[in-house]
Design a protein around this ligand. Structure first.
Ligand code: 5AD
Ligand code: SF4
Length: 459
């Protein structure tokens, strides 16, 4: 079998795609890069906003046409697959295999017969399953929990991914060991709400550490950089900030979604914290980690949001001074409480507020990134940038960074980089040696260049 996988949505989905892909490989499938080469196409879907849902609809439409011309098995996995909306779509477009986020390990069974297979159960086997490490990569994801016990009124995730289930610390440790032995140097711990790790359904699990405890534990694993995402402010404790500060492998990067700066809106979102409480968490983070890089998620145009409410979001942005943010216009999702109970604001109001918020974010990101010029950052360089004379990667604070290849540093790895220039979206620097001196830049091997053609011709 030749399988092609397409992934939409968050890092949890990327992890799940990797998991299913490695199952397919273990059954003897080859993974191919295009739909044209494939006899099985599997789409990992996202249902959090309308846009990714529409994207899946259009891809399924195209695949139905392909299916009419040649034998092709079409599969759909992930959040949308778990919802009525996704299942209706699957019926309409003749999807053969449907796997909800809790049934991923049914992939083998799904492909056995010629029958249509739909798996929608939440199965425990997923939690102790250790997928093989990615090959040839310095970075990996590691899911430490699945599902979510919160009920934010706008959010479909508790429906698609079910209640929170934490993975056993021994399984997390085993998975980290496989990543370490495969040469992975940066691991991002994933969950809808990692701060609630070890407390499922409100009850503390025996034998599980708190999230702060888990950070201290994984800090000893030998992995050089540990990151995590994402956190719910309601479950954030000062001990997490303390654990980050005392564990060198844990990067000083915190993604703490605020969603809104207005208490009235936060209440209607059922976020379970106030603006003031959120700001005390930011103060705790800054006290323990003065150089913390802060990122957030914000929804604008939640039903009933007034201009004053929106101004409070802007003022909170200024008060925190985030390094970066993911910003969204509210999208009414069938199946969520806010879809059922509240009236959507006009689209123009939402997009106009979104553009004002994005402008504010750009100003802050420009300012924050400019502060980094002249500093030395530890950068994990993944490999070639778009221009192969350069390498691209990111700092401990997740700033995308580009450097020219240097003599002695022409490939992937973790390097010390002096930042020379910054834009709101990107930092540019040069690789340093152990003494803090710039490594000589590697000559550009551009065969079209006249300067190089002479010595090349001589050789
Ligand atoms: N509309 C817009 N944004 C949403 N998010 C979640 N649900 C919605 C929705 N219905 C955003 C939140 C969350 C991020 C993953 O997606 O900001 O933190
Ligand atoms: Fe949605 Fe809230 Fe859970 Fe995040 S924490 S997934 S926003 S319900």
């Amino acid at each position: 079998m030749k399988a092609h996988l397409i992934t939409y949505g968050c890092q949890m989905n990327e992890y799940d795609t990797h998991l299913v892909q490695s199952q397919l490989v273990s059954f003897g499938a080859a993974i191919v890069d295009t739909v044209d080469e494939a006899d099985f196409v599997l789409i990992n879907t996202c249902a959090v906003r309308g846009k990714p849902v529409e994207k899946v609809r259009s891809v399924l439409g195209t695949l139905r046409k392909t299916k009419a011309q040649r034998p092709l098995v079409v599969g759909m996995m992930g959040c949308l697959a778990q919802l009525d909306e996704g299942q209706q779509m699957a019926r309409k477009f003749g999807v053969d295999v449907l796997l909800g986020p809790g049934s991923l390990l049914d992939i083998g069974k799904a492909l056995e017969g010629n029958e249509r297979f739909w798996g929608l159960a939440f199965k425990d086997e997923l939690h102790d399953h250790i997928p093989p490490p990615p090959t040839g990569k310095l970075q990996a994801h590691l899911t430490i929990m699945r599902g979510c016990d919160h009920h934010c009124t706008y959010c479909i995730v508790p429906t698609t991914r079910g209640p929170q289930v934490s993975r056993h610390p021994d399984d997390i440790r085993r998975e980290l060991d496989t990543l370490l032995s495969a040469g992975v140097q940066e691991v991002t711990l994933l969950g809808q709400n990692v701060n609630a790790y070890g407390v499922d359904g409100g009850a503390r699990l025996g034998g599980y550490p708190s999230f702060a405890g888990l950070l201290r534990l994984v800090g000893q694993s030998g992995i050089r950089r540990i990151k995590f995402t994402t956190s719910h402010p309601m479950n954030f404790t000062e001990d997490v900030a303390a654990a980050m500060a005392e564990t060198p492998a844990v990067c000083e990067f915190v993604h703490l979604p605020v969603q809104s700066g207005s208490n009235r809106v936060l209440r209607r979102m059922a976020r379970e914290y106030t603006r003031e409480k959120y700001l005390t968490h930011i103060a705790e983070i800054r006290r323990h980690l003065p150089d913390a890089v802060l990122a957030t998620d914000i929804i604008v145009g939640f039903p009933g949001e007034t201009e004053e409410d929106f101004q409070e979001t802007l003022s909170l942005y200024d008060e925190v001074g985030y390094d970066s943010a993911y910003m969204f216009a509210y999208s009414a999702r069938p199946g969520t409480p806010s879809y059922k109970h509240f009236e959507d604001l006009p689209r123009e109001v939402k997009t106009e507020r979104l553009s004002r918020l994005i402008a504010r974010q750009k100003e802050w990101s420009a300012r924050k990134n400019a502060e980094k010029v002249g500093t030395v950052q530890e950068v994990l360089l993944r490999g070639d940038a778009h221009d192969p004379a350069f390498l691209e990667g990111h700092t401990r604070g997740n700033h995308p960074t580009v450097v020219p290849k240097a003599i002695g540093a022409a490939g992937a790895g973790i390097y010390a980089v002096r930042i020379e220039h910054a834009t709101p979206h990107m930092m540019y620097g040069r690789i340093l040696d152990a003494q803090g001196r710039e490594l000589p830049e590697q000559p550009r091997l551009d065969p079209a260049s006249a300067a190089l053609s002479a010595p090349l011709a001589m050789a």
